[in-house]
Design a protein around this ligand. Structure first.
Ligand code: ATP
Ligand code: MG
Length: 576
């Protein structure tokens, strides 16, 4: 491809609106342009990369027996109502104003609607269906370029099986295909146990790329024997335990003490585990004739409540109580709430497992500026239930106490779910077994973000000059540069190398033939765009029958006789 005829609007400076590196570099390298918040136009260079990623994905999906579909983005409200997901997704779903349609954020419902009248016998199963298609999500903060777009390309696949054993097989096929896709895309990645969220289902696994640009927080061990999204991560920590004292609980005055830190300071203690932190959450009523449920959550004073774990127990919509709600339900403001003497007696009380049957606890008195000491959860709090509710902390040990946990930021590039029968039951997609008995189809769903793979790759492969492509997703293999564009014979010679030696397009080659661009500018653009092998044809080297090769990743420069250029380039393409 001749650069003179290929639209690559590179930018010299970092765009001010971009924060993360991949966003800056995709804009600067002329791969994408923003149309409006979270919505991008893909320019020719960007599109080449995205298509290459799609080719890899398609290849790996077909290799595990996937059938490629293409479903519409416009979908009827009614289909989402069947599974209740119009409400579950809430504001993330784009809703069309003048029709009863939504722009699909995912396609479980639509695929199930195709399965329902067609996969009706055990003989029709198993099936693996997929598409590579545009998704729409009204992301609240689309600020990292194509890492979090409001419109983006997803490969979504769905498996249909007769039973859970079948699902296990489909799921592990996808798992393996995902690992191939990310390896072939040049990513350093790992997988973690994950929360299933609005998808529902039993097990799910996310594929992560460690990066500061990531919005996920993951917990891993150095040997990777444990890896989990922090949303569901667990660790070993000694429980608070019982002292078995028979001290009665007793309120005491704590003027202006609002936080656990202030309370610990006031009491002159450093171990905050017996200072029970109380937080109030609201589970909104499902219909207008019902009341909201209130839940008081207790964790150790040095812990935080993990809201995803709460969602796992109470459903997606649970949220922290507002200040007015706290006051009316408990009788106090946030810093003085506790399990004893709540104004509203119907509030449900739950506590973290580390507090199981603990006594001699201190917590708020539900009266501003007062706390209560010697609370015994076993003796004083009726119907209390215990769950794992805490956020794991950096440096804690794994449950088996063998490994130290490290917390790091990561980008989620893929997510696979064992859905089970949530969608087939809701939409009545059933099959008949050998004996003519009806069963819901057992489903899995499997998603990958195409643009997110490209951006994650750039996060992991760049330097201060630009992107460093390699392997299958590089937009071109070779960047040929005519460094003396003003000299006719040099231009002729470089044209000849492009046409004859590289046979035009046989090796994917970008030829910077721009006649009126200074060499320094061309070199900078080449480093910015980041094609793995640069071949530079300049006057001095050419006089001696040589071309210069620069390896983008290492910066190494090699002089190669023209006779040997093709062979050398082929060799280097393999390596970089
Ligand atoms: P996130 O937690 O980052 O919002 P998600 O868990 O909602 O993502 P899934 O529903 O699991 O995403 O979607 C499957 C894949 O689609 C993700 O692993 C990711 O690669 C990609 N993806 C999801 N949302 C976006 C987005 N807003 N922009 C770009 N890619 C996305
Ligand atoms: Mg996900």
């Amino acid at each position: 491809m001749r650069l003179s005829k290929f639209f690559v609007p590179t930018l010299k400076e970092d765009p001010t609106d971009a924060v993360v590196i991949s966003h800056k570099l995709m804009l600067r390298a002329g791969m994408i342009r923003q149309l409006t918040s979270g919505v991008y136009s893909y320019l020719p260079l960007g599109l080449i990369v995205f298509k290459k990623i799609q080719d890899i994905i398609r290849d790996e999906m077909n290799a595990i027996g996937g059938n490629e579909f293409l479903l519409p983005a416009l979908t009827p409200n009614e289909i989402w109502a069947q599974t209740g997901r119009i409400d579950d997704f809430g504001d993330i779903m784009f809703k069309i104003k003048n029709r009863e349609l939504v722009l699909a954020p995912t396609h479980e419902e639509v695929f199930t609607s195709i399965a329902k009248p067609n996969l009706i016998s055990y003989k029709d199963l198993p099936c693996m269906w997929y598409q590579i298609q545009t998704k729409f999500r009204n992301e609240a903060r689309p600020r990292s370029g194509v890492l979090r777009g409001r419109q983006f390309t997803m490969k979504d696949a769905y498996s249909f099986d007769v039973d859970y054993a079948g699902l296990d097989i489909s799921y592990s096929l996808q798992d393996k295909a995902y690992k191939n896709i990310f390896s072939r895309s040049g990513l350093k990645f790992f997988s973690v146990n994950a929360f299933s969220g609005a998808m529902g289902g039993s097990a799910s696994e996310e594929f992560m790329v460690e990066s500061d640009a990531g919005e996920d927080v993951v917990v891993i061990t150095d040997d990777r024997s444990y890896s989990s999204n922090i949303e569901i991560a667990v660790s070993y920590k000694e429980d608070v335990g019982r002292k078995n004292s028979d001290l009665k609980y007793e309120p005491f005055h704590t003027p202006n003490i609002k936080s656990i830190e202030e309370l610990a300071g006031f009491l002159g203690i450093t171990d905050k585990s017996r200072l029970a932190k109380s937080r109030v959450f609201v589970n909104p009523a499902k219909s207008e004739d019902k009341k909201d449920d209130f839940i008081l959550v207790l964790v150790c004073g040095d812990d935080e409540v993990n809201e995803t774990k709460l969602q796992n127990i109470f459903g997606q919509n649970i949220r922290p109580g507002h200040p007015e709600e706290l006051a009316s339900i408990t009788g106090a403001d946030a810093g003085s709430i506790g399990p004893i003497g709540l104004k509203d007696k119907s509030i449900k009380i739950i506590a973290d497992l580390l507090l199981k049957d603990a006594d001699e606890l201190i917590s708020g008195a539900n009266k501003n500026d007062y706390h209560i000491k010697n609370i015994d959860l076993k003796r004083d709090v009726n119907n209390i239930e215990y769950f794992d509710l805490r956020v794991v902390k950096d440096g804690e040990l794994t449950i088996d106490k063998k490994q130290k946990l490290k917390i790091t930021k990561a980008i989620e590039v893929g997510h696979i779910f064992k859905l089970g029968t949530k969608y087939s039951e809701a939409m009545h997609s059933f099959y008949l077994d050998k004996d003519g008995i009806e069963h819901p189809i057992v489903m899995g769903s499997y998603g990958i973000g195409v643009e997110r793979i490209a951006a994650s790759y750039i996060e992991q492969n760049h330097d201060d000059k630009g992107i460093i492509w390699s392997g299958e997703i590089a937009p071109f293999k070779v960047h040929l540069i005519c460094a003396s564009a003003a000299k006719e014979e040099i231009v002729k010679e470089t044209d000849k190398i492009y046409n004859d030696l590289f046979n035009g397009e046989k090796i994917e080659i970008l030829y910077d033939d721009r006649p009126d661009v200074r060499p320094g500018f061309k070199f900078n653009d080449a480093d910015l765009i980041g094609i793995p092998i640069q071949v530079i044809i300049g006057e001095k080297n050419l006089k001696n029958g040589n071309a210069e090769i620069k390896i983008r990743r290492t910066g190494e420069r090699i002089l190669v006789p023209l006779d040997n250029l093709y062979t050398k380039v082929l060799e280097l393409i393999d390596e970089y």
